[in-house]
Design a protein around this ligand. Structure first.
Ligand code: NAG
Ligand code: NAG
Ligand code: NAG
Ligand code: NAG
Ligand code: NAG
Ligand code: NAG
Ligand code: NAG
Ligand code: NAG
Ligand code: NAG
Ligand code: NAG
Ligand code: NAG
Ligand code: NAG
Length: 404
């Protein structure tokens, strides 16, 4: 009996598909099943996952017969694939996964580009085999319990642009060559120690660098001044010493510079006045001395200036509020002198002002102007004199006034 025309049509479609498969896709025929099996092997090493989305990771594809040759991870939750069925993304963020990466199939996932395992209970070391994921562009292992060193093999990931290792128990030093292509590096809230490698000045694609809340020691390398795309540099809450390199004045894209809570000494470099895009500058709780450079009056985009608890002397720069944006001015616990009249009289943008424990002088009835947004001001323990002015009646947002 001749096959029906319909059957013929189906057969030629199958043949065409087979042809397409053979010539258009130069991949191992069982790439996906191999990836699926490798992932299942990792899954079997993990702790209780009956309540996590890993429960969708099963050998049988949803509607198929269940033979291993058709097994594909692409239908599993948290997995994304390219058009030919290779795993290119794993996103297990906040899925209560418990266990280690010891059995993770690093050598099977050639195509993996995005890997997000953040906010789980993963522990143990980050295996050096992570360097095998050569297509990786995005890696997030934040908010887990990973410990030990950041493996230097991470520098083999030539396409990696975003790396988040926040809030783990990582220790040891930051690898010298953590990735030249990185645009974003977050390693804050770990126990990283030793010096910041001067080689990080070679990471010229860096735009955001957050290394705060660690145990980093030694100086801030002057080579960081080569990172001209940098918009955010957070080094606060470490044990950094030495002076602030004047080369940081070359970071002309900088928006947010935070160096507070270290042991930085010497004077604030005049060159910081070149950071004309800067919106916030945090230098609190260090051992900085000398006067506040007048050049900071050139920071016309400045919204937040916090330099409390140092040994700064001299007067406040007179143009501090030139851009008309300054909201937070925190300079308490220093040895500042002189009048603040020229600095603050016209600064209507002010919201929070801490001047306490300095040697500031002047007649308060003339010094202070109209501050419609002011919420908090502390001018205690200074040498102000004079009378409370009727102007102050216009400070309608004020909730806290301290003038001991
Ligand atoms: C795994 O967790 C589920 C609920 O989340 C619980 O019912 C089950 O008993 C747990 N299994 C083990 C072996 O702890
Ligand atoms: C399991 O998931 C359900 C629903 O999300 C939740 O209500 C329950 O508390 C979870 N159980 C455990 C042990 O996490
Ligand atoms: C897979 O199975 C579900 C439920 O049994 C069904 O609704 C769906 O149409 C099936 N999909 C395919 C592609 O057969
Ligand atoms: C599928 O693979 C698993 C694990 O590798 C194996 O135990 C099982 O026998 C295989 N099933 C078939 C039908 O080949
Ligand atoms: C992972 O999924 C969460 C939502 O489930 C999403 O917010 C996050 O952006 C995803 N991560 C990546 C790298 O796509
Ligand atoms: C990266 O992925 C592409 C496309 O998926 C693939 O062709 C290539 O072999 C992968 N690169 C490596 C080094 O595995
Ligand atoms: C880092 O942590 C590991 C594991 O807790 C420990 O064995 C090692 O001594 C620590 N290294 C440093 C430099 O603190
Ligand atoms: C990286 O920086 C270091 C020190 O700053 C320098 O000696 C070295 O030549 C640089 N390496 C590369 C590959 O640019
Ligand atoms: C990087 O900075 C250092 C120190 O500031 C300087 O000597 C060096 O020439 C710079 N390197 C490049 C490539 O700009
Ligand atoms: C600020 O930058 C200009 C050129 O961009 C340079 O000539 C000048 O020396 C810099 N000033 C400081 C204080 O670094
Ligand atoms: C503050 O400055 C005065 C002189 O202007 C000096 O005598 C005093 O020692 C300084 N105090 C501190 C804590 O630096
Ligand atoms: C405050 O502004 C007024 C009017 O714009 C100007 O005349 C005055 O000089 C300014 N005062 C200070 C101290 O900058």
């Amino acid at each position: 009996m001749d096959p029906s025309p319909g059957f013929k049509r189906v057969m030629s479609l199958v043949a065409a598909l087979a042809l397409f498969t053979t010539f258009a896709i130069p991949l191992p025929a069982h790439a996906s099943p191999a990836e699926a099996q490798a992932l299942l092997k990792w899954k079997s090493s993990l702790g209780n996952h009956s309540n996590s989305s890993l429960s969708s990771w099963t050998p049988s594809p949803h509607n198929a017969t269940g033979s291993n040759s058709t097994m594909s991870p692409c239908a599993w939750y948290d997995i994304s694939c390219n058009l030919v069925g290779n795993v290119i993304g794993i996103n297990l963020t906040s899925t209560r996964v418990e266990g280690t990466l010891d059995e993770f199939p690093f050598s099977s996932l050639f195509h993996l580009m995005d890997m997000d395992l953040s906010i789980n209970s993963l522990s143990g070391y980050i295996p050096p085999q992570i360097g095998l994921l050569s297509n990786l562009t995005y890696l997030d292992l934040s908010i887990n319990q990973f410990l030990g060193k950041i493996p230097s093999e991470i520098s083999h990931l030539m396409k990696l642009t975003i790396l988040y290792l926040v809030s783990n128990e990582l220790n040891g030093s930051i690898p010298q060559e953590i990735g030249y292509k990185l645009a974003t590096l977050y390693v804050y809230n770990n126990s990283l120690s030793s010096c910041i490698p001067p080689e990080m000045g070679n990471m010229t694609n860096l735009e955001v660098l957050h290394m705060d809340t660690n145990l980093l020691t030694g100086p801030i390398p002057s080579t960081l001044g080569n990172l001209t795309k940098l918009t955010e540099l957070h080094l606060f809450a470490n044990e950094l010493s030495g002076s602030i390199p004047l080369e940081l004045g070359n970071l002309c894209a900088m928006l947010d510079l935070a160096l507070s809570e270290n042991q930085l000494t010497s004077t604030i470099p005049f060159s910081l006045g070149n950071l004309t895009n800067l919106g916030s500058l945090f230098l609190c709780r260090n051992h900085l001395s000398g006067s506040i450079p007048k050049s900071l009056g050139d920071l016309v985009n400045l919204v937040v200036l916090e330099m409390d608890t140092n040994q700064l002397n001299g007067s406040l720069p007179k143009n501090l509020c030139r851009g008309g944006l300054l909201q937070n001015l925190i300079v308490s616990h220093n040895n500042l002198t002189g009048s603040i009249l020229r600095s603050l009289r016209n600064c209507t943008s002010l919201v929070r002002v801490c001047l306490q424990e300095n040697q500031l002088t002047g007649n308060i009835s003339k010094t202070f102007g109209v501050y419609p947004n002011l919420d908090f001001i502390d001018m205690s323990f200074n040498k102000f004199f004079g009378e409370i002015s009727t102007n102050w009646g216009s400070w309608t947002c004020l909730t806290n006034l301290r003038i001991d």
